[in-house]
Write a protein that binds this ligand. Structure first.
Ligand SMILES: Cc1cc2nc3c(=O)[nH]c(=O)nc-3n(C[C@H](O)[C@H](O)[C@H](O)COP(=O)(O)OP(=O)(O)OC[C@H]3O[C@@H](n4cnc5c(N)ncnc54)[C@H](O)[C@@H]3O)c2cc1C
Length: 474
């Protein structure tokens, strides 16, 4: 008997982690609910996984893109467990759990209990050499600064200077946040990126007061918590384990590589037809666009120019990750941390560096280390105009002067990520709300990925993808 035609056809464009997670969850629900669904995932390049890319070079494990995921947002950890990857989860090397910040060519520890925005403990703040005595007093005065009411969206710079003073922003908070969002603090939306700090201000009258309360609660609940994961996790064989496992579950029937979608059109019966660069076409009932927003905008332009124009307002910044390997004895610095961040005011070429083989074990053979330098971001994109050889040299020069390195790297692997970091600018959430309301008229069209209101991290992308599939199956 011939197979019955599918009840629902779902097509997904873009096989980064968002598209892969969507396709995988659609397959999970198809099986668990015994549904007859056709699932197709189209990817323009010859590999799926988007910016997740692990390279094995001899005995070195190199992360060319993301190097871990946060566990306090559960979607990635939960997916890893469903994929039977629990035994491959790798926690950070607790012995060196510390971050450093560059201050006038010295690497100083980020004060204990300083969580992105403010201190939850006094003693490390009093003793740190990052801030002047006056700046410390200014930061402590945060306890007495009244919340801004009403509180429209504001930039990170405006919030931090208002509550903690300029030095707190310039010397520590800017580089810590830049490490995540590669953003300009003068334009980064606090509400879209770090709303919990706004809530702290509004609900507790002070970020410091709220953080100290939170720290107390966390300490109390630690004793009765179940099995704990460190805040960041990766996989023994690197982040690509996640995407490779998803790919194995999805292929061969559902994943179409080297297939660039050039346009989409809606049919009178509400289904969607996408056209490929080879002239072929494919039709589906639900269409999920898991492409960067500037590509999604091009798809929408012919039939919803308003939504397309709004989408085009979301800007992306570019970055480069340079992995460099050294003999351990070439480096004088003790490398007793996970890495360091570099404030823009220090005027360097790199914006951060990770001590990869210290943060996670078994990333380099004994006696060797891998360091990961980041360049670019919206504040220093001009550095990326150089060729690869120059980029490696810029990274090596900065590492040499900061970590006291002798000689050249054993090897270096540069990886560029053009237009890869969506910038959540002030009023980003309003912009996304406008886009969504413009798309209400197309209920079978779904937009997912890091550019919207769901967050830029891997767990955020997975959560948004799975939620979209849940909605379709509901
Ligand atoms: C250097 C770097 C480091 C990062 N580090 C971390 C980290 O440590 N932890 C963390 O949680 N997050 C990190 N992130 C963020 C995270 O990796 C990304 O937000 C996430 O991978 C985005 O996934 P995505 O699927 O939404 O988009 P993408 O990965 O960009 O995937 C989109 C896909 O769409 C495809 N595509 C585009 N156009 C078409 C078309 N016309 N037809 C078909 N296919 C098309 C592309 O080829 C691509 O594969 C990092 C990002 C970068 C760039």
């Amino acid at each position: 008997m011939p197979d019955a035609p599918p009840q629902t056809r779902i097509a997904i464009i873009g096989a980064g982690i968002s598209g892969l997670a969507a396709a995988h969850h659609a397959l999970e629900l198809t099986r668990s609910r015994k549904r007859n669904t056709q699932i197709d995932l189209f990817e323009s390049s010859s590999r799926a996984g988007g910016s997740i890319k692990t390279i094995q070079k001899d005995d070195f494990l190199i992360e060319a893109g993301p190097d871990n995921f946060i566990t306090n947002k559960p979607a990635c950890l939960a997916l890893a467990k469903r994929l039977n990857l629990s035994d491959q989860l790798l926690q950070t090397n607790d012995q060196f759990r510390k971050a450093l910040v560059l201050r006038k060519n010295n690497l100083l520890p980020v004060p204990d209990g300083f969580l992105l925005m403010g201190p939850s403990r006094w003693r490390p703040m009093i003793t740190t050499r990052i801030f002047s005595p006056l700046a410390k007093l200014r930061m402590a005065a945060e306890l007495f600064i009244k919340p801004k009411r009403p509180n429209p969206d504001e930039s990170l710079e405006s919030f931090v200077t208002r509550r903690f003073g300029r030095q707190a922003l310039d010397r520590l908070i800017q580089p810590l946040i830049a490490g995540i969002y590669t953003a300009d603090p003068a334009t980064l939306s606090l509400r879209a990126t770090l709303p919990r700090f706004l809530e702290m201000e509004q609900n507790h009258g002070s970020v410091i007061r709220a953080m100290r309360k939170q720290a107390k609660k966390t300490n109390q609940s630690k004793s009765d918590a179940g099995p704990r994961y460190s805040l960041f996790n990766t996989f023994t064989h690197g982040m690509q384990t996640l995407t490779d496992t998803l790919i194995r579950k999805i292929t061969p029937n559902h994943l179409h590589l080297n297939t660039t979608v050039t346009s989409i059109t809606q049919n009178p019966d509400q289904s969607w037809t996408m056209t490929f660069d080879d002239g072929n076409a494919h039709t589906a009932d639900h269409l999920i666009l898991a492409t960067p927003t500037f590509i999604t905008a091009k798809f929408l332009a012919p039939f919803n120019s308003t939504a397309a124009d709004l989408l085009s307002q979301i800007q992306y910044s570019s970055a480069a990750v340079i992995n460099l390997a050294y003999n351990r004895d070439q480096i004088a610095h003790p490398l007793n941390a996970f890495g360091f961040v570099v404030p823009t005011i220090e005027n360097r070429n790199i914006i951060a560096a990770g001590f990869s083989s210290i943060k996670y074990v078994h990333r380099a053979p004994s006696g060797k280390v891998v360091l990961r330098a980041f360049l670019g971001g919206s504040m220093q994109e001009d550095r990326l105009n150089r060729d690869d050889k120059d980029l490696i040299q810029l990274a090596h020069n900065d590492l040499t002067s900061i970590l006291s390195i002798r000689g050249d790297p054993l090897f270096a692997i540069p990886q560029r990520w053009p237009n890869s970091m969506p910038q959540y600018k002030v009023n980003h959430l309003d912009l996304i709300a406008d886009i969504k309301s413009n798309l209400d008229q197309h209920p079978n069209l779904h937009l997912i990925g890091s550019g919207y209101d769901t967050g830029v991290g891997i767990p955020d992308c997975i959560a948004a993808a799975e939620k979209t599939i849940d909605k379709i199956f509901a």
